[in-house]
Ligand binder design. Structure first.
Ligand code: NI
Length: 645
């Protein structure tokens, strides 16, 4: 694909050029690994000024580290000149000790290091494992967090937990080996600490199969086909998408996965920008269990691994139904070799029930419009868990993000349920209590650059002159003026909500155009304020954060969260105390799900949902979906009247 726009993701050719430039200009050793390669996005002003045919400046952003020395570099490579435009050494051995994300090669390294470690093998033999059993043991590398441990301070270390398997087809997570954690130094390629207790805890033995052909499946389901005989209603030009009145560009990074750029809506012939850039920039899965195998678990799947890097190749007719447009995403492996991630992003249309309806019994008029939504999605598998990230655009101007949580629980061996803090799922098999908290980063551009955020609540009024009948209630409005004031928590009882508005414009009702952030009052981080995870995942302590745009402030938990002791990201950004009134804004929204495990989570969890909605509020002059054409699906059939005779 040729580059048509400054925000187009790097092509495989550009990635190869970036790698070659880095290798030759810096004489990189064979042990250099490429943790991240992506487009170095140009300034917003340059993007907004761009017209088709203009020259495009292309730069690559890269994070490189040496698996022998752990020397870590950030580079910006000028692709036209073949020069290094910026080179920064990342001080990974100094506070806050943050490291680049774990790469795939290291996941394999962990398994081989454990298997070669005499102490680790002895620990399994003491639990009754034979050499043959040990060969089948499933080793799960799991990011270690940072609890100030001497042994791994400033080192590129990761933990490994393990599971028994009766054979290669047995689901390992059903048989956790409790109390055995190997701390692996990924640079020295050795076990630097072996934590070993709960020797007498047996691993659960009950088997739970789910793969095709291993269990009987139901036979009473008839075919359901989605047909679009005239094709889809969207058009795609490179990375640009038009669907009905929506316009946007698709982007992708190894860390965030799917990115939506320049999302806007055509309103009566006028294109109106809404969001400049939207992504899920970080997430954390903190565990509430104090057991030796679990207390340190708090995976940041974006910053510590990479949601984009873990994207699935989606399958037509299984993952996605209907007329699908897949985007293949250029990427590189750990060694910098370019490759194409086939079918990484899926885009299609879905019927979504009723958009609007009114039946007028006096006149016999009856009007119904069906709702159609455009779905742009990808799925990331990070170890045992699978996360779907689904952006939905609706015909009434609504924007929605839905995350789908599925996959397999990180389990625990629990011989005695009494006093167990988590949920018992099967005989001797527990699921530690844990949370999944996501952060969406929304770089706003609502009708232009100058935006503000307002907070609103519904308040019942006391009896008195303004409430003589006791029924009165009002909507409050206040502008959030500074970033420190804008760390806010949702409140279902007062219906608290926030709006992103453009205070420089007014609609014909006299109000500033805006979009309402519909947040669910989902649980926030439950760990204690001074705990390790709270320092690292401070973004998860509030539903809302608002900062003025700054190019370097990209991630809610900071640039290098892997092994970091924390304090980076949002809590640091807002210390600057900047104004957020009538300026270029980034809205950061944390939302999620707290998971108390249950038998229905076995062996693969039914999808759980978390997300948020942005709804136009004073943005349009009327229901923007009022002009959707009436229609009847000629393929629908009915079997007579609803009522028995
Ligand atoms: Ni969960």
């Amino acid at each position: 694909m040729t580059t048509k726009h400054p925000l187009d993701p790097l092509t495989t050719t550009e990635m190869a050029r970036a790698v070659k430039t880095a290798r030759t200009r810096l004489s990189l050793p064979q042990t250099a690994r490429f943790a991240n390669i992506e487009l170095h996005e140009p300034d917003k002003a340059a993007v907004l000024a761009f017209s088709p045919g203009d020259a495009i400046v292309r730069q690559a952003f890269m994070v490189i580290f040496d698996t022998r020395t752990n020397e870590t570099l950030e580079l910006v490579v000028d692709l036209q000149a073949g020069e290094i435009a910026r080179r920064t050494v990342v001080p990974v051995s100094d506070p806050p000790y943050g490291q680049p994300a774990v790469i795939l090669e290291e996941f394999h390294t962990v398994a081989s290091v454990c298997r070669a470690d005499a102490g680790w093998r002895t620990a399994l033999k003491r639990r009754g494992f034979s050499d043959a059993d040990i060969e089948l043991v499933w080793i799960d590398p799991f990011v270690a967090g940072n609890f100030g441990e001497e042994v791994s301070r400033g080192r590129r270390a990761i933990n490994a937990v393990c599971y028994y398997r009766a054979d290669a087809a047995d689901c390992p997570y059903m048989h956790p080996v409790e109390g055995l954690v190997a701390v692996v130094d990924l640079i020295g390629k050795t076990v630097i600490e072996l934590r070993d207790d709960h020797l007498d805890t047996p691993f659960p033995t009950k088997r739970y199969d789910y793969e095709k052909g291993t269990i009987a499946t139901r036979t009473d389901q008839k075919a359901l086909h989605i047909t679009q005989p005239d094709g889809p209603s969207f058009t795609v030009d490179g990375w640009h998408v038009s669907w009905q009145k929506w316009r946007f560009r698709v982007g992708f990074t190894p860390r965030e996965g799917l990115v939506l750029h320049q999302l806007g809506y055509d309103d009566g012939g006028r294109h109106r920008p809404i969001i400049y850039r939207a992504s899920v920039d970080e997430m954390v899965v903190p565990y509430g269990d104090t057991g030796m195998s679990h207390y340190w678990k708090s995976a940041f799947d974006a910053g510590e691994v990479g949601l984009g890097k873990c994207a699935n190749a989606l399958e037509l007719g299984c993952d996605c139904l209907g007329h699908i447009h897949y985007f293949d995403v250029p990427s590189t492996d750990d060694f910098g070799a370019p490759m194409l991630m086939k079918n990484a992003i899926c885009m299609h249309e879905e019927d979504y029930g009723i958009l609007w309806k009114h039946a007028e019994f006096r006149t016999g008029s009856s009007e119904t419009r069906r709702s159609r939504r455009l779905v742009i999605s990808f799925f990331a598998t990070v170890g045992n868990y699978d996360y779907g990230f689904y952006w939905y655009l609706y015909q009434d101007g609504t924007i929605q993000l839905e995350t789908k949580l599925t996959g397999i629980v990180q389990t625990a061996a629990v011989p005695d349920a009494a006093g167990y803090r988590g949920g018992m799922m099967g005989p001797g098999l527990g699921g530690p209590i844990h949370q999944h908290i996501f952060n969406a980063r929304l770089h706003m551009h609502l009708d232009g650059q100058g935006n503000s955020v307002t907070e609103h609540e519904f308040v019942g009024q006391p009896w008195g002159e303004k409430n003589p009948y006791g029924n009165a209630f009002d909507l409050t409005t206040r502008v959030l003026t500074h970033e420190q004031e804008a760390c806010r928590i949702a409140d279902g009882a007062s219906g608290r909500f926030w709006k992103i508005i453009n205070p420089n414009q007014r609609n014909d009702a006299g109000n500033h155009p805006g979009y309402k952030l519909v947040a669910t009052a989902s649980p926030l981080l439950l760990a204690q304020p001074d705990s390790s995870v709270a320092k690292r995942a401070a973004f998860a302590t509030h539903h809302l954060w608002v900062t003025p745009y700054a190019a370097a402030e990209r991630f809610a938990a900071g640039m290098y969260i892997n092994k970091s002791q924390g304090g980076e990201g949002l809590p640091k950004y807002i210390k600057q105390g900047r104004s957020i009134e009538n300026t270029e804004l980034v809205v950061w929204h944390s939302f999620g799900h707290t998971h108390f495990c249950k038998p229905e989570d076995l062996p693969v969890m039914p999808v759980e949902y978390a997300g948020f909605t942005l709804k136009p509020n004073n943005f349009f002059g009327r229901n923007p979906g009022i002009d959707v054409a009436p229609g009847k699906d000629g393929h629908s059939t009915s079997k007579g009247s609803c009522c028995p005779e």
